[in-house]
Design a protein around this ligand. Structure first.
Ligand SMILES: Nc1nc2c(ncn2[C@@H]2O[C@H](COP(=O)(O)OP(=O)(O)OP(=O)(O)O)[C@@H](O)[C@H]2O)c(=O)[nH]1
Ligand SMILES: [Mg+2]
Length: 204
């Protein structure tokens, strides 16, 4: 499926989250993970255009940025998007990380707890570093909230196939998950497989 993305809005409190009039109640996919893990880059890779701001400075995304994904070319936009992507601020930026909720903006928990349209969470973990406690905490929180999620291993281009296979195995074990989809926003490796998981997870 070919999508065209349209930036909807930036929200820093629940009252600002886009309502049905903007999204038509389309299923939403949230991009979650530590600062600098590659959330905004992955969003851009999935839609094939530079919609979200990418930065080498961690902590760049400070609000939840919502994007509407329409099927086909821009001229043929149906009013209601097929999907909504939500690019979230990262956690784990502070050097001394107590818990993810302590340093995450206060509007994120209500988003995860209450957002009705939220159909699938993408939990991004860096394949180039050892498993992070903050990532395990997020995955546990989503399990407790009964939010469907997919764990995505980012920056796979920086590793050899052998190193990547090892990293994925270590991440699976540490986070106690069945699958980690390895991707690269630089080479687009794994992007097709992730799209398949997104379409399945959102039933689009
Ligand atoms: N080699 C490589 N670098 C990547 C990849 N994805 C992202 N990066 C780099 O990682 C840095 C952070 O990328 P972002 O996409 O802004 O990360 P983010 O998770 O949105 O960061 P915050 O908004 O600060 O939470 C940038 O310098 C990107 O170029 C990838 O697949 N491969
Ligand atoms: Mg970002």
């Amino acid at each position: 499926m070919q999508f065209t993305a349209k930036f909807l809005l930036s929200a820093m409190k629940p009252e600002q989250f886009p309502n049905d009039a903007r999204t038509g109640g389309a299923p939403e996919v949230a991009f979650l993970g530590r600062s600098n893990v590659g959330k905004s880059s992955l969003l851009n890779s999935l839609i094939g255009e530079a919609a979200a701001k990418v930065s080498s400075t961690p902590g760049r995304t400070r609000a939840i940025n919502f994007f509407a994904l329409h099927e086909g070319t821009p001229q043929k936009h149906a009013f209601t998007p097929k999907l909504v992507f939500a690019d979230l601020p990262g956690y784990g930026y502070a050097k001394i990380s107590k818990s993810i909720s302590a340093e995450w903006p206060t509007f994120i928990e209500p988003y995860l707890q209450e957002r009705e349209e939220l159909a699938l969470c993408l939990c991004l973990v860096d394949t180039n570093i050892p498993p992070q406690t903050s990532d395990t905490q997020l995955i546990h929180a989503l399990q407790q909230m009964q939010r469907p999620y997919v764990v995505v291993g980012t920056k796979a281009d920086k590793l050899s196939n052998n190193q990547l296979a090892k990293s994925v195995a270590v991440l699976k074990k540490a986070h106690e998950v069945e699958n980690v989809i390895a991707i690269s926003s630089k080479t687009d490796a794994g992007i097709k497989a992730l799209w398949a998981a997104i379409l399945q997870g959102t039933q689009v």
